[in-house]
Design a protein around this ligand. Structure first.
Ligand code: FE2
Length: 363
């Protein structure tokens, strides 16, 4: 397969439009990858993919690290690998290098050994987002491992955040985002309030999210993470996190967009038991940093700008990709599998870091 051959992946158009006319449906890409896949794809059919290739100074390891450094994205294809454990070893060639760079932290504290995709329904789309932008501790990169895949169905998309940032900052909406920052709102429900009750409007209980049964301890833990807290009716714990919509990226010595509508109430537009609630009552929400709402036009612009710089990563079983969490946002359309089809991605998170937001002189 020529590495730069166009990918036949196609998103079903207007899938939800007939039933939910108000939805802002992501377009994902323009139909042409925003970056030539040849710049980040490594064809592994020329390697044995054994122990020798895992060595720190192997040709493959050097190519992977060089590609990641240059592009912020590496896609290994034709690996012949079938086990997640083996894929993980190859992903760690890049992921662990970054950990050393981050200050020699213990990789075992940073890597989730085998985390699967978030518990969102496979049929729901996942808007473009940067991983863990909504908390003070984020991650520098992440890796996807294709344990099961159906070619040309179930691609992950990445969006070039450098190009998105440049385009956004030229717009009024981008300037407003830069000036006001954003606030991530969370409504954490009380598990005890839902005993014997339908879990309407529930995304996460504070007991689970903050790993304690004690309300005072829950508040202390939330505040230790930089969150502003407030109790609502039925021991609803409301948290707010004020931060820049941008993040300073040391390698490029500039600020990059680090925020998207994935943390807006519209995330739940197609979720049963939540979609009927007004945005401010949904379990999570995103506003400007002065608590004002984003207009529908602004939200639409926010979605479309990521889509104009999108690139599909189509999966074959055994593929793996490593994605810089600053230089790329990731997301995917809803996936509709036929009987007998399976699509399962393992996810590895890279080194954790404390968000610094935007730096004033680095635009
Ligand atoms: Fe994600």
């Amino acid at each position: 397969m020529a590495l730069s051959s166009p990918i036949a992946y196609r998103v079903a158009e207007g899938e939800f439009a007939s039933t939910l006319p108000d939805l802002i449906e992501p377009s994902w890409w323009t139909g042409t990858p925003a970056l030539d896949p040849a710049t980040f794809t490594i064809d592994c059919s020329e390697y044995e993919m054994g122990e020798a290739d895992l060595a720190e100074d192997s040709e493959l390891a050097v190519r992977m690290r060089e590609t990641f450094e240059r592009v912020g994205l590496v896609h290994l294809v034709n690996t012949g690998l079938t086990e997640l454990a083996a894929m993980r070893k190859f992903a760690k060639i890049v992921v662990e290098t970054e950990m050393d760079y981050a200050g020699g932290s213990n990789p075992r504290d940073n890597i989730e050994p085998n985390v699967y995709e978030v518990g969102a329904p496979l049929t729901a789309w996942l808007h473009y987002h940067h991983e863990m932008a909504y908390v003070g501790k984020s991650t520098r990169m992440l890796s996807f491992l294709a344990a099961e895949a159906v070619p040309e169905k179930g691609a992950t998309f990445v969006s070039d955040s450098v190009a998105v940032t440049d385009e956004l900052l030229a717009s009024d909406f981008g300037k407003k985002l830069a000036e006001l920052g954003v606030c991530y709102h969370r409504n954490l429900t009380d598990r005890d309030a839902f005993v014997d009750r339908v879990e309407e409007g529930v995304y996460n209980h504070w007991q689970k999210s903050l790993d304690t049964e004690d309300p005072d301890e829950a508040v202390a833990r939330a505040q230790a993470r930089g969150l502003v807290t407030e109790w609502g009716a039925d021991r609803l714990l409301k948290t707010r996190y004020y931060v820049s919509a941008f993040e300073y990226f040391p390698q490029m010595d500039r600020n990059l967009l680090y925020c998207s509508v994935a943390d807006h109430g519209m995330w739940f537009d197609t979720w049963p038991l939540v979609q009927h609630l007004p945005h401010h009552e949904r379990p999570l929400h995103l506003t400007f940093g002065d608590d004002s709402e984003m207009s529908r036009d602004e939200l639409r612009e926010f979605v479309e700008i990521y889509g104009r710089h999108g690139i599909p990563i189509d999966w074959r079983k055994g593929d793996l990709a490593i994605v810089c969490n600053y230089r790329f946002a990731h997301g995917r359309p809803g996936i509709h599998l036929e009987d007998g089809e399976a699509r399962e991605l393992g996810v590895i998170l890279g080194a954790q870091y404390d968000r610094v937001g935007a730096k004033p002189d680095k635009w």
